[in-house]
Ligand binder design. Sequence first.
Ligand code: GLC
Length: 493
Amino acid sequence: MVHLGPKKPPSRKGSMADVPRDLLEQISQLETLFTIDTQKLNIIVDHFIKELEKGLSKEGGSIPMIPTWVMTMPDGKEKGTYLALDMGGTNLRVCEVELLGNRDFDITQSKYHMPPEMKTGSSEQLWDYIADCLQAFLQSHHPNGAGEELSLGFTFSYPCSQTAIHNGVLQRWTKGFDIDNVEGHDVQPMLEAALKRKNVPITVTALINDTTGTMVASNYTDPETQMGVIFGTGCNAAYFDVVKNIPKLEGLIDLDPETPMAINCEWGAFDNEHVVLPRTKYDVQIDEDSPRPNQQAFEKMIAGLYLGEIHRLVMLDLHEQGFIFENQNVEGLKKSYSIDASLLSQIEEDPFENLTEVEDLFMSRFSIQTTEPERKLLRRLAELIGTRSARLSAAGVAAICKKMGIEKCHVGADGSVFNKYPHFQERGAQALADIFGWKDIPPADHPIKVQPAEDGSGVGAALIAALTLKRMKEGLPVGMKPEIIEKLALEHK
Ligand code: GLC
């Protein structure tokens, strides 16, 4: 695949000359609130590096920095057929991946809608539903039986503490999930019990975060990839560190200090103590009204789940203060999370000078008649929220590169915001250039390039399952020593 690299962020056409003074003032205040200049970005990066290190230390910090027990990158020769399951927010995806041994693969997949109530339903309901989907997949793709027990790479993208590659104790739900009796428990036995109850011949070989899967899948097709990031409903990154840099593993493993170890950062939790991120009152409100206040501070300013909500809260606030939508019924804007990031994308993408598409959108979705100056404010606001998200994301990427001394690499990125939000990639690349001072380097030649990833939760999960089985066959560790795992499990009880 040829990546030309992102273009420069566009300079907006469209004049603000006809925007009345009071609205111009509001726009200027929003610009102050939401803009993160290079100086501030560098302060954030410096603090981020310290927090990444703290997360790896014995005392720990806000960023979980979870050792994933993925200790090898693929060499491209991996072969075999594996199942992959991805539990996302809206869909469950089941894939059968055939690794072809030449950095290539074939994939067959089915998607199953995940009923929204399940996000806050019961644990049994969740595992039974997942087992049913796996069963349905096997029945449609292997009507005569799969032959042998199949190995599954399970992409479960929430912070899980792992003592070995196949298990993970959910630390806490993120991305608006709130299912009882899962936090604090190992998710692998729960899924395997449901599979057993339903006689589904599948073993969970590896439990994977989407970021780790993305990194491994992208590295499979592009060996220059050293990091995997997701900018979607949530936001997170994985990279390879080495055991000697992970003091919190001391005494728990017996590995050469130079052994590589993929770390699932769970960087959404960066700055939960609110030291450095320039939160607005809207960010504070989102946090306070969320099912898990005081958590995922960074993610709540960046990720797709929250971008539309930030826009909605600003609009309502400006309306209540009498600046926009005068004499309009704004009931349609009052429902929390009724606006998602795709609306912001549509606002940013309106090609017309007088933003008539935005006008139609607000009329049809919310029965609100907007004026042209109001629409200009709404568009500027979307640009500000989208740009802030891209610049903060770049701060995370820069922090990992600086911590690891990486001057040149590819970063595999996936997620709806990265793939679909207008100008996100260019704005992120610009922010990296600001941080690293790449003034005269055209974006296509930037030494650190964040580019579209390979399918992490499909190919990545299959590869990790393959790499795990290979390590096990060779007698190499895929987790802590069994006696330590037992001791930790007892302490946990
Ligand atoms: C949330 C999850 C994390 C995941 C990310 C992207 O931050 O906690 O595990 O990688 O979303 O999906």
